[in-house]
Write a protein that binds this ligand. Structure first.
Ligand code: ZN
Length: 171
C-alpha cells in the first residue's frame, strides 16, 4: 500500500514536470512582452537608472527582441546565459552598435577578433558591450543611454548575429 502511494506520487511529479517543460518549451522562441501601462511607462521614464535583464540560451536566442530605455538614463544591463554549453561552443555577449552600423559588416570584423572577445579592436561602432559568457554565467555592463533613436544590438560570437539581434530603443 505504502509502495503504491509512493509510486503514484512519483508519477504525478513526473507528469507535472513534463507539463512544465513542455509549456516552457512552447513559450521559447515566441516571447511576448506584456505591454506596460501608460502609468508604468511614466514611472520607468522617471528612473535615473534602469535595470535590464537579457537572457540567452543554448538555442542561440535572446529572450527580448526589443529593449526600451529613456534618454539620459543610466542603463545597467545584465546578460544571463541560462544554458549549459561552454563559451567556446555557445558563447554570448551583448553589443550595442552606433546608429547605421551594418550588422553583417560588424560581425565580419568581430569574427577576426577572437582574442578580443569577438569585439573589433576599432570600437568606434560600439556604444557598449559585455564580456562573452558561457552557459550558467552572467555579466553586467553599465552605460549612459545614447540620444533618442533606434539602435541595433547583437551577439558577436561567429554566426550568431542573424538570430541573436534586436532593437535597442531610446525614447
Ligand atoms: Zn551568441
Amino acid at each position: 500500500m505504502k509502495n503504491y502511494k509512493f509510486k503514484s506520487t512519483f508519477l504525478m511529479l513526473t507528469l507535472s514536470s513534463m507539463l512544465f517543460f513542455s509549456c516552457s518549451d512552447n513559450q521559447e522562441g515566441d516571447v511576448k512582452e506584456v505591454e506596460p501601462s501608460a502609468e508604468e511607462i511614466e514611472q520607468l521614464a522617471q528612473l535615473k537608472t534602469i535595470e535590464i535583464t537579457l537572457n540567452s540560451n543554448d538555442k542561440m536566442q535572446f529572450d527580448k527582441p526589443e529593449i526600451t530605455v529613456y534618454e539620459g538614463q543610466t542603463v545597467i544591463l545584465t546578460l544571463v546565459h541560462t544554458g549549459t554549453m561552454p563559451i567556446t561552443a555557445m558563447g554570448h555577449n551583448f553589443v550595442l552598435l552606433t546608429k547605421g552600423t551594418s550588422l553583417s559588416d560588424f560581425s565580419k570584423e568581430a569574427m577576426k577578433a577572437k582574442d578580443n572577445d569577438y569585439i573589433p579592436t576599432d570600437e568606434s561602432n560600439v556604444i557598449a558591450y559585455t564580456k562573452m559568457i558561457g552557459g550558467g554565467e552572467k555579466t553586467s555592463v553599465t552605460f549612459e543611454a545614447p540620444e533618442k533613436g533606434t539602435y541595433d544590438f547583437l551577439c558577436s560570437f561567429p554566426g550568431h548575429y542573424s538570430i541573436m539581434k534586436g532593437k535597442f530603443i531610446v525614447k
